[in-house]
Design a protein around this ligand. Sequence first.
Ligand SMILES: *[C@@H]1O[C@H](CO)[C@@H](O)[C@H](O)[C@H]1NC(C)=O
Ligand SMILES: *[C@@H]1O[C@H](CO)[C@@H](O)[C@H](O)[C@H]1NC(C)=O
Ligand SMILES: *[C@@H]1O[C@H](CO)[C@@H](O)[C@H](O)[C@H]1NC(C)=O
Ligand SMILES: *[C@@H]1O[C@H](CO)[C@@H](O)[C@H](O)[C@H]1NC(C)=O
Length: 477
Amino acid sequence: MTTIGDAALENRENIPLQKGRKSATFCSCSEDYLSGSKFINVAFGTLTVIITAALLLQIYYGDYQVVPHGSVATDSLECSKIGTQILKKGGNSVDAAIASVFCLAVVTPHLTSLDGEGQLLVYNHRARLIPDVIEFNVGNNDAEHLLPRLVLGLAFVHQQYGTVPWKELVQPAAELARRGFLIPKMLVQAIKQAKAEDLYGRLEPGQMLQLENLSNTLAQIANIPEKELYSFVKPENQPRYSPALKLTFNAYDIYVPDRPSLGPALLTYLKQLESFNFTKTDTTRTEYIYRLAETAQNLYNDLNLTSKYHTGTSTNVAVMDLNDNYVSFTTGLYALFGTGEMTTGGYTLDVHPKATPCSRLPVIITDAQAICGRRLLLGANDLSTASQLVMSLLVAQENITNAVEAPRFHILDNGGVGIESAHSPAFTDDVLKYLETLTTSPVLVPEPYMSSNIVEKVKDELNSHSDSRGGGIASRF
Ligand SMILES: *[C@@H]1O[C@H](CO)[C@@H](O)[C@H](O)[C@H]1NC(C)=O
Ligand SMILES: *[C@@H]1O[C@H](CO)[C@@H](O)[C@H](O)[C@H]1NC(C)=O
Ligand SMILES: *[C@@H]1O[C@H](CO)[C@@H](O)[C@H](O)[C@H]1NC(C)=O
Ligand SMILES: *[C@@H]1O[C@H](CO)[C@@H](O)[C@H](O)[C@H]1NC(C)=O
């Protein structure tokens, strides 16, 4: 009998999975399941029992790592791992996402905080119902400010879907804040960009940062009994709960949150792009990016999007678990470090109330025909990022790494076009020359850039990629 230690059970995204003997598969990808009948649920119920048995056998007989069971992609390897640890314990995707988001509030305080916003899509690929959307972004702090907004939102999400005790989801972040973590390069860039040197003192990438007060706050939050925790969620501060919007685009179903998010505008834009009939070959032409940018700029004008939405910060968590529960979660602040005001609890406050909602949004994509076709979870900071990813993945048929790492343009809050000057690879000179002919010349945007992390499943095979813009690494086991 083989004993399998943690190292064998866990894979970081940048370590290729071993292709070994074929072992049990976790989504029985028979196209017979295509019709949406009750049979599916029964079949999967039975399958779950078989899978559990198969899994136990595998734990005893090895070869466990051939088919990964779940994956978490975030802006931090530590936060991705905290997520997969929860999956390993038997937690579902929502449990893992909660733990990872708490971790991000520690490790990427420039992007999100305990007072941050959140939007998530929750979907089960076996039931294949329209995903649920939960949003806590405009307002909804509890009246007495006993719980900051992100915590209140996560408490609600836990009440709806959680299976792992709340305490176990918050504790890893509390411990990390106490133990300290390697200062991410992007945090240092953000401090410089936001002139926020007073918040954490002088930081250098690679040094350790310990956040004592934040750790104490997280420990207190972890210790709130669940019943009491849920009682903070009241009708007047309850996150919005609604079904997702769907667009069938290029034979894929694309799910996004409805109004007041930017979701409907994204779907309108994609419909416009669909009418161009772009082929894979077209996407390699010099004028392609120009067409995307021009169409986006016109849409922003037509729908007045620059006055209706604001580009805040964005960090996303994508999780797939063993039972094909998918969670796409975006969180962020109105600006880097929110208001820049540090509480004694060790986290910064976000801007309240907001004049306009932020543009970030979670996206889920599934093959509209084949149940075992490509399934993708991602998050985007704005409409431009989301649409360029969708086009790259579904029209150019790029793999997730190439799609995420491709250069991106953005429609800025003043309606102009922004180019990420410091990201590599960059647009070619020919593409840039074309972009110069837009009504407004593109401007170069300094770092940090907002990331988009992806988890993908094709048949039973999981892939994940964390965007180099965010500095994270995805984890799977
Ligand atoms: C795209 O294809 C549709 C249907 O074939 C056609 O009606 C339309 O004119 C095409 N659009 C362009 C821009 O070629
Ligand atoms: C666009 O926004 C501006 C400023 O908020 C407003 O004055 C104008 O009426 C809006 N236009 C449309 C078409 O909604
Ligand atoms: C940390 O917490 C202590 C106790 O609440 C408080 O006195 C101190 O000012 C806090 N530190 C910061 C930097 O806010
Ligand atoms: C994506 O494609 C590139 C080549 O275009 C290849 O080098 C890379 O390994 C691929 N990545 C994945 C995750 O398949």
